[in-house]
Design a protein around this ligand. Structure first.
Ligand code: PNS
Length: 159
């Protein structure tokens, strides 16, 4: 089965990586799909985010990295995928994920959303938290893959 893992990935974190590597073991083909969202102010460009995901996941053979705009359901149909996965960290994620999952099922009941519970080490981790800590010079080395750590240093300290 081919599955879509959509998100902003600004930038990819070890929490995302945990979901991606576990999904790659369960599904034949995993497409990480980065949303092109002009309304949201991002630290990394779409191209940078895609490159960071590719560099961080280069050992995963059944993985594809792509971007999309518009409705996720339309993108899933275009990719001929019948499944979407999302990570669930804490109970605070539940409401939003349930709303998205129900909205997507309303749009197409042929495409199912699978919620994967994140690893215990990553329940509080988010891209926003990583950016905030890194912007003040805090250590995020346990939170992100090495290519992202380097990219954050370049962004914030022009190293
Ligand atoms: O990493 P994020 O920001 O939580 O990801 C959110 C994302 C990209 C999965 C969601 O915003 C999305 O699917 N946007 C595409 C527009 C869409 O399909 N909206 C209707 C269902 S929510």
């Amino acid at each position: 089965m081919k599955v879509i893992y959509p998100g902003s990935f600004d930038p990819i974190t070890n929490g995302h990586l945990d979901i991606i590597s576990r999904a790659c073991k369960q599904f034949e083909h995993v497409v990480v799909a980065v949303l092109k969202n002009n309304n949201k102010k991002a630290l990394f460009s779409i191209e940078e985010r895609i490159e960071l995901i590719k560099e961080s996941c280069k050992d995963l053979e059944n993985l594809e990295v792509d971007s999309f705009s518009g409705l996720l359901i339309d993108y899933a149909k275009m990719k001929e995928s019948k499944a979407i996965i999302r990570g669930l960290r804490a109970i605070s994620d539940y409401e939003n994920e349930m709303q998205m999952s129900l909205a997507n099922r309303y749009l197409s009941d042929e495409i199912e959303t699978f919620l994967m519970v994140s690893g215990t080490d990553y329940t509080y981790l988010s891209s926003s938290l990583v950016k905030e800590i890194a912007s003040f010079g805090g250590d995020v080395s346990n939170f992100v893959p090495t290519p992202v750590l380097k990219a954050l240093k370049t962004k914030f300290y022009k190293l």
